[in-house]
Design a binder for this molecule. Structure first.
Ligand code: ATR
Length: 237
């Protein structure tokens, strides 16, 4: 890494934990490739400190930050302005600090999610069959918004904490139906898309306990967890 000076552009990723985030490597690669005088840091911020940390970004001279688990909904509430996508989802994964120190919240998860599926599974058709989404955090909001945009006729949502699933039902309405967390295997019947948005299966967390036999034969299984890259869910799929 080139030497850091007072002029070096500062950005980073805020999460808890944050050590598994690939963002520092990803952004570091592009900074180096384009010869930009910038650093992109992992910023571990515990939940009680999230508001202080986000509000401190412009004061510390940061140009912005990405936001990951579990802070995307808190970031949504804290920033001064929102993009249409962030407003639709109710979660922020990208904060830009403008010259006046105002914070602008955006969300790139919808685009990232749908383009990843399309490039990995070109034959996948969102409108061909119901989808099952596991989890109801910030990542689930982006996945649901993307599946609705893509034309999924029915989205079954299962979350350990029922109230959070109910909140998403209120927020999105339409093609969403809530199923109990214990009913998640039965809810796979005929589904053409399964997305895990929980943190289960991530290094250091318990595995996601599911049986995939009810999914339809052409189903696409997507795991938001990428540490490890091949989760037990993807291996089973
Ligand atoms: P993000 O905003 O990135 O989605 P999050 O808000 O922390 O992160 O959401 C994590 C998801 O993983 C939630 O759906 C959570 O379920 P709860 O709403 O019941 O907390 C889910 N999750 C985490 N640990 C879990 C566990 N042991 N069993 C089932 N679900 C779990």
């Amino acid at each position: 890494m080139p030497s850091v000076t007072a002029k070096t552009i500062k950005a980073g990723v805020i999460g808890w934990p944050v050590e598994h985030s690939l963002s520092p490597r990803l952004h570091g690669y592009w900074l180096e490739t384009y010869g930009i005088d910038g650093v992109y840091l992992p910023l571990p911020v515990a939940p009680p400190n999230i508001e202080d940390a986000i509000l401190a970004l412009p004061k510390l001279g940061f140009v912005g930050a990405n936001v990951t688990v579990p802070h995307k909904e808190a970031a949504f509430r804290i920033v001064d302005g929102l993009s249409d996508t962030a407003r639709k989802i109710g979660a922020v994964n990208t904060i830009v600090c403008d010259e006046d120190g105002e914070l602008y919240g955006d969300n790139t998860d919808v685009f990232g999610f749908i383009e990843n599926i399309r490039s990995a599974a070109p034959d996948w058709r969102a409108d061909a069959a119901p989808a099952l989404v596991l989890g109801a955090g910030g990542a689930a909001r982006a996945v649901i918004a993307a599946l609705i945009d893509a034309g999924t006729p029915e989205i079954r949502l299962a979350n350990r904490t029922r109230e959070r699933a109910d909140e998403l039902m209120t927020h999105f309405g339409g093609p969403l139906t809530i199923v109990g967390w214990e009913e998640r295997n039965a809810a796979m019947a005929g589904a053409g898309t399964l997305v895990n948005t929980t943190t289960l299966g991530m290094i250091g967390n318990p595995p996601l306990n599911v049986h995939l036999s009810e999914l339809n034969d052409a189903a696409v299984v997507n795991d938001i967890v990428y540490a490890p890259l091949e989760t037990p869910l993807l291996k089973a799929a």
